[in-house]
Design a protein around this ligand. Structure first.
Ligand code: ARG
Length: 463
């Protein structure tokens, strides 16, 4: 980076900015990533100034040509960013003036960096939300694919991480799918409030030029111009909402990560994660570690932190723009990068999960997971539920003593606890009978899982 002096406000100043202060107050190192949005905003502003009679068409064309050239230079890595020019906005404006001369100095008419930066961040976040929404959908498609294949694969369902009742792996994946559907909704909702156009607010009070805010709104694809100029330059709710949506998403990914970590352990041994998503140990030759889910689980911390940073940043700020706001970018950008990285890792990994069906089934057979089915059986034969609960409790105690699951006992053994039990009990004590019996919307019966997948496919198709 070069250190050209900043002449953008030179008029009022008697000495140059202290070199450390220039670096301390600069944001160009991190806000240059918004160069494309800054140029798009400037192009719209220049077109609008021309329509408003502030710039001539020739001036507008010079500005547009200059901005396009600058874009090319940035993209080719030829652009020289200067810390002394503080931020992406003044770097690009100075380069424009160096390129096209005096007309470059007219671009900032009727505009301030305050409405400019607010516009740039909104455009940036909107673009990133669109990428994130597409990536959530890709992850959900992967889940549907595995859920469909594994709609009837039986595994233990847990409460308190203790074996509770059998479920299917497809049903479990569809629970993950639901979490992500809500995340999709949260980001889509955040996009709506992001998609508001600040230009025209200028520094804080609006501008004296005959600007046409509806025109810039349309040129930039915003839904509406911001209603209030003071609010327009100071509002960062959308950044906070983005981090809130990101935090909930990451929380969901940590839950899935935790399950993947458990399931790959020797103790569970429910799934295999292909080697490309794992690493080894430098000392223990036998190790294969589920690094990707572990790292995603860990990355939640920084995203929650960014949410707290932004809430604290905005707390107690008086209207309108304050320099504090420059601190919005690093947490926001890191949250964006983290969300995209975690989603990409998950979207690549989930379709590659290899369930070990025999181990899942074995585990479901071990934990008395059909105990509720036995109780329901007795109720169907006329026994009050509390009494049935008691009978099954005794049967389970006997099973623990004898190391036998309910389905492994003889009829005579079961009848010790109730003579209501007959030969047909074995239909409900099987794992497949147990899951098939939960046959209603939202239940784990394979038929219902397939129906849920069909509804889910329709929802994705309607996005
Ligand atoms: N770099 C600044 C930011 O990120 C741009 C706006 C500065 N405005 C001002 N009046 N100093 O917020």
């Amino acid at each position: 980076m070069s250190n050209k002096t900043n002449q953008q406000w030179g008029g009022r100043f008697n000495e140059p900015t202290d070199a450390f202060v220039a670096r301390f107050t600069a944001s160009v190192e991190f806000d240059q990533r918004m160069y494309l949005q800054d140029i798009r905003g400037s192009i719209a502003h220049a077109k609008m100034l021309t329509a408003a009679g502030v710039l001539t068409e020739a001036e507008r064309d010079d500005i547009l040509r200059g901005l396009e050239e600058i874009r090319g230079e940035i993209e080719r890595g030829e652009f020289e960013w200067s810390v002394a020019l503080e931020d992406v906005h003044m770097n690009i404006e100075a380069a424009l003036t160096a390129k096209i001369g005096i007309t470059g100095k007219k671009l900032h008419t009727g505009r301030s960096r305050n409405d400019q930066v607010a516009t740039d961040i909104r455009l940036y976040v909107r673009d990133e939300i669109d990428l994130i929404l597409a990536e959530i959908t890709r992850l959900q498609e992967g889940m549907l694919q595995v859920a469909e294949r594994e709609n009837a694969t039986v595994m233990p369902g847990f409460t308190h991480l203790q074996t509770a009742q059998p479920v299917t792996f497809g049903h479990h994946l569809m629970a993950w799918f639901e979490m992500l559907s809500r995340d999709f909704g949260r980001f889509a909702d955040c996009r709506e409030r992001t998609n508001i156009m600040p230009l025209g607010a200028a520094a804080l009070a609006g501008t004296t030029y005959p600007i046409q805010r509806q025109m810039t709104t349309e040129l930039l694809g915003f839904a509406a111009p911001a209603e209030n100029s003071l609010d327009a330059v100071s509002d960062r709710d959308f950044a906070i909402e983005f981090c809130a949506a990101a935090s909930v998403l990451l929380m969901h990914l940590t839950r899935m990560s935790e399950e993947l970590v458990l399931w790959t352990s020797a103790q569970f041994d429910f799934i295999n994660l292909p080697d490309r998503f794992c690493t080894g140990s430098s000392i223990m030759p036998q190790k294969k570690n589920p690094d990707v889910p572990e790292l995603v689980r860990g990355k939640s911390g920084r995203v929650y932190g960014h949410l707290m940073s932004l809430l604290t940043l905005m707390k107690s700020q008086p209207l309108a723009y304050n320099k504090d706001n420059q601190e919005d970018k690093e947490p926001l950008f890191d949250a964006i990068d983290t969300v995209k990285g975690c989603l990409r890792a998950f979207a690549d990994m989930v379709p590659a999960i290899e369930p070990k069906k025999e181990n899942m089934r074995e585990a479901a057979l071990r934990g008395f997971s059909t105990a509720t089915d036995l109780a329901d059986y007795l109720v169907r034969k006329g026994m009050p539920f509390r009494d049935a609960h008691e009978v099954v409790g005794k049967s389970v105690a006997y099973g623990i003593e004898q190391s036998k699951d309910l389905g492994e006992m003889t009829l005579a053994e079961l009848q010790q606890f109730s003579d209501t039990i007959e030969q047909d009990v074995f239909e409900v004590l099987t794992l497949d009978g147990s899951v098939a019996a939960r046959d209603h919307i939202g239940g784990t019966a394979p038929k219902q899982v397939l129906a849920a997948i069909e509804r889910a496919k329709e929802k994705l198709a309607a996005r």
